[in-house]
Design a protein around this ligand. Structure first.
Ligand code: C2E
Ligand code: MG
Ligand code: MG
Ligand code: MG
Length: 275
């Protein structure tokens, strides 16, 4: 087909590609406006310990699009935000909001001890002033750094592990802690775990899903739990939906849980009712 087009001939995008490109541009434009006009919201999903006590929450961004009149899930705009660089402004907004929420929790004995985890994209972490951004958000809000957890995925380390290592150490010096998100789904999770200063592992929901029916997943999850125990790492199992999954995890020494069984991501007002 490329040959048919011949030399010296302009190749136009196919109608389908043209539509896809326009849809992307429209989405990028809308997301830019969403950031400006404060259409983003943080939802919070509770995390609990082995006794069923609340230990904290993960902040998950949502886009309340006035134009579309719907709630747009992160998977529909985070990848685009990462490609376009919009993730930098978005991520900074998330961190600020999270710090303010933490500060608000500190006022209430019921919520004072809770940790809040935020997701940090590769591009965010690679910004030269990322440490300063976190320090400033903590200082402006007055939140206790020890309650802030940054969730990183393997994609964050592909660029320059040495530099990331230094940055993580600077943030740890502030009192912030780190969680390795989606553990097990990448190629080198174990090598990063060895090289970088993590406090916590999150077992990806892909392994949790079939833990009671697939002997391979059961073996993998049991091995991850045993390993995290010997390494002295905290652990959270993600995507726990059933009691059978929870029981398997409990029996294998899991001490942190997150999933629909305990609560879906929800606006903060909804959580205030349960804890
Ligand atoms: P993640 O960080 O791995 O977050 C966990 C995802 O699993 C969330 O999807 C959550 O709603 C979903 N989940 C939790 N429990 C269950 C369960 O029991 N069953 C099932 N099926 N799903 C469950 P969500 O909120 O759609 O977020 C998707 C991803 O978007 C997140 O994955 C994270 O990578 C990204 N994301 C969300 N918020 C932010 C953000 O503020 N910044 C960045 N950079 N990424 C974000
Ligand atoms: Mg996460
Ligand atoms: Mg995850
Ligand atoms: Mg994920």
């Amino acid at each position: 087909q490329a040959k048919d087009a011949g030399r010296n001939r302009v190749r136009f995008f196919s109608p389908a590609m043209q539509i896809a490109i326009e849809a992307r541009l429209a989405l990028e434009h809308a997301l830019r406006r969403a950031l400006r006009e404060e259409e983003l919201r943080l939802y919070f999903q509770p995390q609990i310990d082995q006794h069923g006590r609340y230990i904290g929450a993960e902040a998950l961004v949502r886009w309340h699009s006035r134009e579309q009149g719907t709630l747009i899930p992160p998977m529909q705009f985070i990848p685009l935000a990462e490609e376009t660089g919009l993730i930098l402004g978005l991520g900074q907004w998330v961190v600020r909001e999270a710090c303010q929420q933490l500060k608000a929790w500190e006022a209430d004995p019921q919520t004072r001890e809770l940790q809040l985890a935020v997701n940090v994209s590769a591009r965010q972490l690679q910004q030269p002033d990322f440490v300063a951004q976190i320090r400033d958000s903590l200082a402006e809000s007055g939140a206790n750094p020890a309650r802030l957890k940054l969730e990183l995925t393997e994609s964050a380390f592909l660029a320059n592990t040495q530099q990331i290592d230094e940055r993580m150490k600077q943030l740890r010096a502030l009192g912030v802690s780190f969680s390795l998100d989606d553990f097990g789904t990448g190629f080198s999770s174990l090598s990063y775990l060895k090289r970088l200063p993590f406090d916590q592992l999150k077992i990806d929901q892909a392994f949790v899903r079939d833990v009671t029916t697939d002997p391979n997943d059961a073996a993998i999850v049991a091995a991850i739990l045993a390993m995290s125990r010997s390494l002295g790492l905290e652990i959270i199992a993600e995507g726990v939906e059933t009691e059978a999954q929870r029981d398997f995890l409990l029996e294998n020494g899991c001490h942190g849980f997150q999933g629909y069984l305990f609560g879906r991501p929800a606006p903060i007002e909804d959580l205030a009712q349960v804890w």
